[in-house]
Design a protein around this ligand. Structure first.
Ligand SMILES: Cc1cc2nc3c(=O)[nH]c(=O)nc-3n(C[C@H](O)[C@H](O)[C@H](O)COP(=O)(O)OP(=O)(O)OC[C@H]3O[C@@H](n4cnc5c(N)ncnc54)[C@H](O)[C@@H]3O)c2cc1C
Length: 505
């Protein structure tokens, strides 16, 4: 049993739990966080990966959410210019389409002017008969709107929040499941199990934060042992990844006849990411997988637009995740609110609990700030908001400085292939040099596991980013899983398992 009494104990190492832990420790609270698997192993690695206002949410009158999200685009980009970058979206339309041009124009006007846009360029109209964006699309799409949003490496944003929280003094525990949390007068007593070793531990805290995403109700029932809470609506969303379908750096925004939209996004240099779907989900979130029906839906939706059809055989990877939406009683899954709801229970004599429902990657920092307001009311204030200017690890360079960073890294390590240098800067920013250390040539990078994943990077991820399995490295810290064969991934797993445990940072 740890004797220390933490101010906050956070359950969940997704974007919301890690974001709250980081903000809180930076203000001077003492913080512990437990994640039952790997960071971002829940919903936070399964997103479409957009830092976006959410053009579609305007149709559902979610102006508060859209405005906050629009404002966050440039704030987040400036604090993490390695893992976040601006992206232009091409929204083709044709006469007789699902929405009239005037409505789209109005939506984009609002989008451009609701606030927060300083560096991102505004909307413009494209003649698709001349613009290269028209090339891969069917001839019927002669016009399009082009607008700005952002792209993020979702899983890396989570682990960088965890890293920064730990660097500022938080106790960060991956592979640690909270099995019980009980109030003892004005304190929480929390029981955890190390899911690798089975070791049990106990903690005490003044306040508990339940940021368990899709498991938030489960934590309330089984760990906290409270009532029949039914706050969350689980909505599955799936994506397919196919070999690159177009060369343009812009993404496409396609409108479907069922009123939904899907994106086709340039992905990891050689691929196209297509998604997503919206279907109510009732099983255990850990078992979520794309269904055949979703695969067909995504292929068909893209094929309404692309000249060259996408078939199931083109798919190289799929992923699926569950949105933990606040249940607002909407009839259709796609209409359920995407806004977040923070509910505090207990005060004064009984230790307070903060439950987190919903939220987007885009709003995680503001969600954390709102959570900190509630925490201050419940257990007393500490420190002022700081994360709007607080860079994530490796993000300490200018928002528009990516190319210069690549140039610097190649200057220092001239033996690096261009695409390798670009990937390292995208993942690690200014920390790429710490990762490469004294390397003078390719041999110094150690064994190559496949793609451009070398031993030196794997060791860095184990020492600094809590990686313990091949999947942590291949699908969350990087996306090199797209380039390794099953056999190569197996060898990586064996390599990591054979490393001494004390290597872990
Ligand atoms: C298909 C899809 C597309 C999306 N696209 C976008 C997008 O483009 N842009 C955007 O801004 N947002 C997007 N989102 C939304 C965004 O991904 C989620 O809102 C966000 O990731 C939720 O994060 P979270 O921390 O609440 O949940 P999670 O990431 O699921 O984290 C919760 C964590 O709690 C852990 N946990 C649960 N129970 C316990 C326990 N007992 N003990 C310890 N740990 C526990 C879980 O293992 C999990 O890692 C998308 C979501 C989906 C599903």
């Amino acid at each position: 049993m740890s004797r220390k009494i933490y101010d906050l104990f956070v359950i969940g190492g997704g974007i919301n739990g890690c974001g709250i832990a980081r903000d809180a420790v930076g203000r001077g609270y003492s913080v512990a966080l437990a994640e039952m698997n790997d960071f971002a192993s829940g919903t936070s690695s399964g997103a479409t990966k957009l830092i976006h206002g959410g053009l579609r949410y305007l149709e559902h009158y979610e102006f508060r959410l859209v405005r906050e999200s629009l404002m966050e685009r440039e704030v987040l980009w400036a604090t993490a210019p390695h893992i976040i970058r601006p992206m232009r979206f091409v929204l083709p339309y044709h006469k007789g389409g699902i929405r009239p041009a005037w409505l789209i124009r109005l939506g984009l006007f609002v989008y451009d002017h609701l606030g927060g846009r300083k560096l991102l360029p505004p909307t413009k109209v494209l003649d698709m008969r001349r613009d290269p964006a028209g090339k891969p699309l069917k001839a019927i799409f002669t016009k399009a709107f082009e607008y700005s949003d952002g792209w993020v490496d979702d899983a890396r944003m989570v682990v960088l929040n965890a890293r920064d929280a730990a660097d500022r003094g938080a106790l960060i525990m991956p592979r640690t499941k909270v099995v019980a949390a009980r109030r003892k007068n004005d304190l929480w007593s929390i029981e955890t199990v190390d899911t690798a070793s089975g070791q049990q531990s106990s903690f005490q805290a003044r306040m508990l934060v339940n940021a368990a995403g899709p498991w938030v109700d489960q934590v309330i029932h089984s760990a906290i042992g409270q009532n029949e809470a039914q706050h969350v609506r689980l909505v599955q969303g799936s994506h397919i990844v196919v070999r690159k379908k177009f060369d343009d750096p812009r993404a496409y925004f396609f409108q479907n006849p069922d009123n939904r939209i899907i994106f086709a996004i340039p992905y990891e240099q050689d691929f196209t990411l297509i998604g997503t779907t919206d279907r109510d989900y009732l099983a255990d979130p850990k078992d979520v997988r794309i269904t055949e029906e979703e695969t067909t839906y995504l292929c068909n939706a893209a094929n309404e637009y692309f000249k060259e059809p996408i078939v199931a055989d083109d798919i190289v990877w799929t992923y699926s995740a569950v949105r933990p939406l606040f249940d607002d009683g909407a009839s259709k899954a796609q209409e359920a609110t995407r806004d977040y709801v923070l509910i505090v229970e207990g005060n004064g004599a009984s230790a307070p609990l903060l439950n987190v429902f919903g939220g987007k990657l885009t709003t995680y920092r503001r969600l954390a700030e709102h959570a900190l307001e509630k925490i201050a009311t419940a257990i007393g204030p500490k420190g002022a908001p700081w994360t709007a200017k607080g860079r994530l690890p490796g993000g300490d360079f200018a928002a528009t400085g990516y190319e210069a960073q690549v140039g610097d890294l190649k200057g220092r390590y001239p033996f690096l292939a261009n695409r390798h240098a670009r990937r390292l800067v995208r993942c690690y920013g200014t920390k790429a040099a710490a990762l490469l250390g004294q390397a003078k040539n390719t041999e110094d990078l150690g064994h190559c596991f496949g793609g451009d994943l070398y031993e030196i990077e794997v060791r860095y991820l184990i020492e600094h980013e809590w990686a313990r399995h091949a999947d942590d490295v291949l699908w969350r810290r990087t996306k090199e899983g797209l380039r390794l064969t099953k056999e190569q991934a197996g060898l990586l797993e064996e390599y990591i398992a054979a490393l001494p445990a004390q290597m872990a940072g």
